[in-house]
Design a protein around this ligand. Structure first.
Ligand code: FAD
Length: 481
């Protein structure tokens, strides 16, 4: 009887405990993936994530085939697919790696119960986190709500285990795909058709396990040293850009953690750069901790007082924001980077999110949805937790009254305007002194740079000072004096 491995957000061969356990069993291995958009509460993937998933599945299939196994693809409610596989293949066991969103956990519990009652061994493993949500607690045994004590308590539980090697050979099993209802990858219809908006994504990313390895290697060689200071500069290339690989599990946090430790030990970067990078991995862990203990994180304000916040409704401004047409260059550059490449630098994510929430006074969930649809790393935990962090409604959030000034942020973190020039080419020739505030330049300076505000580039859709006062006024409505 074969052993089945259910792939989900762990699309890799190396450091994959479910796959390693199946291989160690000595039985033949049947690997499968289910695109489930129907089970209760499951959030459908956004367009950019689907694009990534398509390529991640293609490369996983190739890697599995090279090792001797295959990847079966299905669509539909996971519980039904698993039942079909169980009756057709009569496996001895089904293994998978755990997920932490409420809908996913619920499906997994049902599947586990179904399999057990049919006498099939079902076992799950941790492949996605350094510290699973229930292993880190306050002294009183409660979930954590503040990052610094969370991270301290997590670290105190011990070093993350070393990663497992990829299996060299996998004993596959010939199966009748047709009778199982297995689909071809194209039948999952994950790629955009018309219009094909994915050209920029194709030019930017290699969404495979080997692409992840290469990205990690080049980050450790070129980005880790100086990461602490460089990570805030969107005009530089200091961050790892591993987020989509971590999101889809093409690299594990344990692999990243240990590779970074090793690089620092070899003298490739000082300890404080390493610690800063590891703390960012810690924010990912913290986000999962929050999601697990607060399953509605993407929809409900963590702090209920924000339920009464007087959000505006303004679809024209929401659209201008999403298209990068606000008239604030750093904001527009960020949103255009997102649209063109499926990714945005963290500093600019904070600036653009703050702008939507505080300058435009639009509900953070509008931004969360847009990022969910357009990011290749759209993550159920990090996206929701980060949006709530910026909104001030989250756990351990930035206070609402801290309002990013998009001009000063641009001048500080993109001093020459290189980032703006790259993603907002119509401002490419504006002198550095005005590239973050073109409206402040004299008409002849703008004319020389080929810019006509309101024509070639938008005039600001809100006035910064006015918007700032309006945001603070709105906050007073939910803050008793
Ligand atoms: P690096 O700086 O190289 O960090 C390494 C890894 O640590 C990242 O790949 C990521 O997995 C993790 N990480 C870093 N910063 C954070 C953070 N603040 N919170 C959680 N994890 C972090 N990250 C996502 O992975 N998916 C999202 O959907 C997402 N949405 C965000 C929305 C907003 C409004 C904001 C402000 C941040 C969001 N982030 C999200 C967090 C962060 O911006 C990205 O993880 C980071 O920019 C990814 O780039 P990197 O891989 O080069 O990061």
């Amino acid at each position: 009887r074969p052993v089945c491995v259910w792939f989900r957000d762990d699309l890799r061969l190396a450091d994959n405990p479910a796959l390693a356990a199946a291989n160690a069993s000595g039985a033949s291995v049947v690997a499968f993936y289910v695109l489930d958009e129907e089970s209760d509460g499951i959030r459908r993937l956004g367009g950019a994530s689907k694009w990534w998933l398509h390529h991640a599945l293609a490369s996983l299939r190739d890697d599995l085939q090279a090792a001797g196994a295959d990847l079966l693809l299905f669509r539909g409610p996971a519980r039904m697919v698993l039942e079909r596989l169980r009756t057709a293949l009569e496996p001895a066991a089904v293994f998978w790696n755990r997920r932490y969103d409420a809908a996913g956990v619920a499906v997994d519990s049902e599947v586990k119960a179904d399999l057990k009652s049919a006498g099939v061994r079902a076992e799950s493993f941790n492949a996605a986190l350094l510290y699973e949500p229930w292993t880190v607690k306050t002294a009183a045994g409660q979930p954590m709500k503040v990052f610094t004590p969370f991270w301290k308590a997590a670290r105190a539980t011990g070093a993350p285990p070393s990663p497992l090697p990829a299996p060299r050979a996998l004993p596959g099993l010939e199966v009748n795909r047709r009778s199982l209802g297995a689909l071809a990858l194209d039948d999952l219809r994950l790629l955009p058709t018309r219009p094909d908006w994915a050209g920029g994504l194709r030019a930017t990313w290699t969404p495979s396990e080997s692409g992840a390895r290469e990205r990690l290697r080049s980050f450790l060689n070129e980005g880790l040293r100086g990461y602490g200071a460089g990570r805030d500069r969107p005009d530089q290339d200091h961050t790892s850009r591993l987020s989509p690989y971590l999101r889809f599990g093409q690299v594990s946090p344990r692999q990243v953690w240990h590779a970074a430790e090793h690089a620092a030990a070899e003298g490739q970067a000082p300890g404080d750069d390493l610690a800063k990078f590891q703390a960012e991995l810690g924010w990912r862990e913290f986000s999962y901790h929050l999601l697990f203990h607060h399953p509605d994180l993407a929809r409900r304000n963590f702090q209920p007082k924000f339920d009464a916040f007087p959000w505006r409704s303004d679809s024209a401004q929401a659209r201008a924001w999403s298209r990068g047409l606000t008239g604030y260059p750093i904001v527009d550059a960020g949103l255009r980077q997102l649209w063109a490449t499926g990714w945005m630098h963290n500093r600019v994510r904070m600036i653009t999110a703050s702008f939507l929430i505080k300058h435009l006074l639009l509900d953070w969930r509008i931004g969360e949805d847009w990022f969910w649809d357009t990011l290749v790393d759209a993550d159920p935990a990090s996206n929701a937790a980060s949006w709530q962090w910026v909104a001030g409604s989250g756990a351990d959030a930035a206070p609402y009254f801290r309002i990013f000034n998009p001009i000063l942020q641009g001048e500080r973190f993109d001093p020459e305007g290189a980032y703006v020039r790259r993603f907002v080419p119509e401002l490419a020739r504006v002198p550095a002194a005005f590239v973050h505030k073109p409206w402040a330049a004299r008409a002849d300076v703008l004319a020389q740079a080929g810019v006509t505000l309101g024509e070639t580039y938008p005039a600001p859709i809100v006035d910064h000072e006015g918007a700032r006062s309006r945001a603070l006024e709105a906050l007073r409505e939910i803050t008793p004096t």
